[in-house]
Structures are given as C-alpha cells and as structure tokens.
Design a protein around this ligand. Structure first.
Ligand code: ATP
Ligand code: MG
Ligand code: MG
Length: 554
C-alpha cells in the first residue's frame, strides 16, 4: 500500500536498498552551476534531493558545479546558498567541483597514459564536422594516435597556459562510430585563460560537464545523482568515465533522470533570466516578477508554499508545463491561514456620512484573521469622511450589483450599515463625493438587532483623515503567453507583458505605518500583499503577491 505513494525516484532507491545498498550508503547532492540565481525549476530539484535526504536521513551536499569561469561568479554562489537556506534545507557539506580540479587533472593524466585520452589540435568546427550524424559514423581525428609522451607534454602546456585558447582540447578516446554521439570522443578539457572566482589563475584549462560531474559525485560518494532528462544520453558517458577512474569494487554513483519542470507564463533558464536583468526588462534577479526563488520571496511567496508546490507537482518522467495558477493556489492557501487582514483602498473615492457628527471619530474593533483564533483583533479609526473603492459605487445599478448605489444599503466592514443618498460631481462630471447616511445602531459586534440586520454587500474602507499613503506595486504575469520560449523561431522577448507592473498610491489603515519588510497582509477583498524590502515608514511600499480568488461574503 505504501508503495503506491512512492514516486519513481523513491522506487529506484527502495529497490537498491532491497538489492545491494545499505541505508548508510545513501547520499545525495544538489549541484547548481553558479551562473545565475536559482529559479522555481531548481526548487523542484532542491525539494527532491533534500527531501530524499530527510526521508532517508541521508546527507545531501550542496555542490557548486563551477567549471566555467566565463559565466560564474561569487555573487551567484552567495545567492544560491541564501536561497537553499531560506527554503529551509541544510546541506551536509558545501562542495565545489573546482576543489577537485587537481584530482580530475591527475585522473586525466592516467587516462592519457592508458590510451583513453588524447590531445586534439584541430579547430572546434572541424571536430564538430567529424562527429558524423546519428546514422553515419564519425571520422577519426588525425591526432587520435598521438604518442602518450606527446599527449602528456601538450596537456601540461595547456594546463599552464603555454598554448593558446582554442589551439588544443583533450578528448576521451572512445569510439567515433558509437551509436551514442556523445561517446564519439567527447571533449574533456578546453583551454580558457580566464580567472576563476575560486582558483584564480591556477588553472588555464577547465573540465567539461561530463568529465567533472560524475567524478565529483564519485569523490563525494554520492549514491544517487539525479539530473534532468536531457542528460539521459549522457549516462553512458558518465558510467564510462567512472569505470576509468575507479576500481571494479568501488562504490559508484548512479545517474538517474527526471523531467525538467516548466512553469507557464515565464521562463526557467538562468541564461534567459540573466538577459531580462541585463536588458533592464526587470530591475534585478529578485524583481518580484521573476520566477527566481529570491524574486518569489520578495513577491511574498513563503518557503512552505514553494515546497507545497514542488510536492504537489511531484516528480515526472516527461516534460510538461505547470500552470502558474497552481503556484498561486499554494501561496493563497498558506497566506489565508497566516496573513493578518487589513483594509486598504486602491482607487479611492470620498464617502461622506452626512448624519455622522462633525469632527468626531471612534475606534472600531476589527478581527485580524477569521482563520486564526489566536490572531486577535485591532482597532481601526472611523470618522465622517472615508475612502472606499471607486468600483464599489454605481449611481444606478442592476440587482446583481451588491455594492453601494443610491437608495440602497451596504455594510462597511467592521463598522456600520450605510445608505447611498446622493453624489456630488466636479466640473468634469466625475464623482467627487458620495453622500450617505448611516444607521448608528448597526455597529458590527454591538449585539443590537440593527447590527444583525442582513444587507447584501460589505465594503472595505479607510478613514480619510487617518489613512496613510503607500506605494503599491501590482504585478502581473511577465509574459503574455503560456510558453514564451517554446517557439524556437521566435524570440521570447517578444512576449513580454508590457503591463506586468503597475504602480499606484493606495490608502491604508494607519496601523500599517510601521510594517516591516517581508511582513504579509491580506488587503481584504483585494489580495495578499507584502512589504517590499526597500520599504520604510516614510516611504511604504507593498508588493501584490497574488489576488484573492474570492472576495469574502460578508
Ligand atoms: P538553467 O538552464 O536554468 O541554467 P541548469 O539545469 O543548467 O538550468 P543547474 O544549475 O545546472 O541549472 O541545475 C542544478 C540542478 O537543478 C540540476 O540537477 C538540474 O537538473 C536541476 N534543474 C535545473 N532546472 C530545472 C528545472 N526546470 N526543473 C527541475 N530541475 C531543474
Ligand atoms: Mg547544469
Ligand atoms: Mg545551465
């Protein structure tokens, strides 16, 4: 019965435990390349690997796959660590592929000595041309049979930067007729005369992914190395390299593949996300419109909501696109339980209560969160002049309009029942003020018969003289189509939503004055909002995390 709830990755592990693995053998890793910030796709991989670590009480390493100094930076290393920690996971060891450069080099020398690697001195275009096609074998390089001595000498020169970039590469010597094209003498090292963020100028050659990854797994005794499906054809090479560097009884890691996760209306590729930053389409990697973990955090997503999302979509064997509405559902569910309710008016119109005493004010009790008994209540000021949402009033409306109209009653949340009496218009014919009367006996929670009276609509409001202003950033999808990078012919930048950010000034109840960055609220009937990291009491900034699906009934 328990079997059913296991995903296919867990099934592989369970099988291994039955056959020849001990529980202590289990060890996993999450291996990001520090060439950008982590995104929601990485969250799936993080939750998979660290989740297995929690489930089997096994260590999980955080391994930086830092083999390409052209694209990698310390800033990205720091951001990745911050994001994994924020999600609530703890790695056993912080590792770097660059820590293994010497070991990898020594192994490469061994491979050369055993006739399994050679220095090729052809331009990369020629090497590519000789690869053949899936149906035709490739051609051997004229340098394939170089002597071991010459190979060793050239390889050392490459390492020291005594040759030029692009002059030579080190290739594995496998089989130019292999059915798997990746086995046709793949490149192991290239010369890059670039400074590395960790090894400085120690190395003028850098290993390629296939050569570095499995060997890093082996060095760390990783039992299961999970990667995305596009690496399935690499598995043969992964195993070939492992076989060459280990002895037959060594414990060897296993590469297994799962489907890359895609989210609708966005892109999950560090390279493309970097473009959005560089072109100024978004303000930064943590712009709240970005599908990065730091962008989601700044937008108001919680670790719990992201984990819930990853858990809900699970692990798949085939690629597909997950609708962003599922992610939004996860954050709504979480914030519904935890976010204090407050009143904020986005697009105000003045409401004057003509029979309310001039100059008077009172503080009314408002429940903080109906979903959480322990959340308590707060006091909100009420007075003769209020703001309500423009869209909550119509001079004339049909019977389905349960908001304010002339001659009809609605309740003001936490306050009184009011009745629309007349409108005052400005010179342009726009509504300047709505005049209404209130029923003084109808105060919410007062226990009077009048307070229990049922009226169709309930509106949020703020007291005009007490309200504070805040900048509110209304975010929408960054792309107008579901899969902006699906069409290879078209540039995904053509699908940018020009209205992905709208900034307004809103009017808030005064208690929000001292709210702190990352604090979260439900603006009742509007949505969930959090305080931006750049907000201060003098310049309040709120980000809309997500709209409310439903407005409350009463
Ligand atoms: P990107 O194209 O965004 O750079 P990547 O796969 O090159 O993606 P890495 O930093 O190498 O990024 O990824 C670290 C780990 O996260 C890898 O194991 C990778 O397979 C996994 N991963 C990356 N993107 C996704 C995704 N969209 N869904 C699931 N796992 C992913
Ligand atoms: Mg990668
Ligand atoms: Mg990448």
């Amino acid at each position: 019965e328990e079997k059913k709830s296991l995903n296919f990755i867990e099934q592989i592990i369970e099988e291994d435990l039955k056959l020849n693995y001990k529980k202590e053998d289990l060890k996993f890793r999450f291996p990001p390349e520090p060439n950008g910030y982590l995104h929601i796709g990485h969250a799936s991989s993080i939750c998979l690997n660290f989740g297995l670590g929690e489930k089997y009480n096994a260590p999980v390493n955080l391994r930086f796959d830092d083999t390409n100094p052209i694209k990698e930076e310390q800033e990205y290393v720091d951001a990745i660590k911050r994001d994994v920690e924020w999600l609530g996971f703890k790695w056993a060891k912080e590792c770097y592929a660059s820590d293994y450069f010497q070991q990898l080099y020594d192994w490469a020398v061994e491979l050369i000595k055993n006739g399994y690697a050679y220095v090729d001195s052809q331009p990369s275009a020629v090497i590519a041309e000789q690869k053949g096609t899936p149906t035709e074998p490739g051609k051997n390089s004229p340098y394939r049979d170089r002597s071991v001595e010459e190979n060793l000498e050239l390889f050392e020169k490459m390492k020291n930067g005594e040759t030029t970039e692009g002059q030579h590469v080190l290739r594995a010597r496998i089989d130019m007729a292999a059915k798997n094209m990746l086995m046709r003498d793949p490149v192991m090292y290239r010369s890059l005369h670039k400074k590395h963020h960790r090894t400085g100028n120690d190395w003028m050659i850098y290993p390629l992914y296939d050569w570095a990854h499995g060997e890093s797994d082996f060095i760390e005794s990783i039992s299961h190395s999970f990667c995305t499906l596009e690496f399935l054809p690499h598995r043969e090479l992964y195993n070939w390299f492992l076989e060459k560097v280990s002895s037959p009884d060594d414990f060897k890691p296993k590469q297994r593949e799962f489907a890359r996760r895609n989210l609708s209306h966005t892109i999950v590729s560090k390279r493309k996300l970097l473009q959005l930053v560089e072109k100024g389409i978004v303000s930064s990697w943590d712009d709240p419109r970005m599908p990065t973990i730091s962008g989601l955090r700044r937008r108001g997503y919680t670790p719990a909501s992201i984990k819930k999302f990853a858990e809900t979509i699970g692990i798949a064997k085939r690629e597909n696109v997950i609708d962003v509405s599922l992610l939004e559902f996860c954050i709504r569910e979480d914030l519904n339980k935890t976010a204090p309710r407050v009143m904020a008016v986005m697009d105000p119109v003045k409401l004057v209560i003509t029979n309310y005493p001039e100059g008077e004010e009172e503080w009314l009790t408002a429940e903080n969160n109906p979903e959480d008994e322990l959340a308590g209540s707060r006091e909100v000021p009420f007075s003769k002049e209020l703001y309500i949402e423009k869209e909550d009033f119509k001079e004339e409306a049909n019977r389905k309009f349960f908001r304010l109209t002339l001659g009809k009653e609605v309740r003001l949340k936490n306050a009184y029942i009011i009745k629309g009496e007349k409108v005052i218009k400005d010179a342009n014919g726009e509504i300047a003020e709505i005049h209404c009367t209130y029923d003084p006996k109808s105060r919410s929670g007062s226990g009077t018969e009048e307070s229990m009276r049922k009226v169709k609509g309930t509106l949020h409001w703020v007291s005009a003289k007490h309200a504070i202003e805040a900048e509110v950033r209304l975010y929408d999808r960054l792309f107008t189509v579901e899969s902006p990078d699906a069409d290879k012919e078209k540039d995904y930048l053509e699908y940018i939503n020009p209205e992905s950010l709208k900034t307004i000034t809103a009017y808030l109840e005064p208690g929000l004055k001292d709210s702190q960055p990352y604090e979260q609220f439900q603006f009742q009937r509007i949505g969930y909002f959090n305080v931006d990291k750049e907000s201060s009491s003098d310049n309040l900034i709120f980000n809309r995390t997500v709209t409310l699906r439903d407005s409350w009934a009463n």
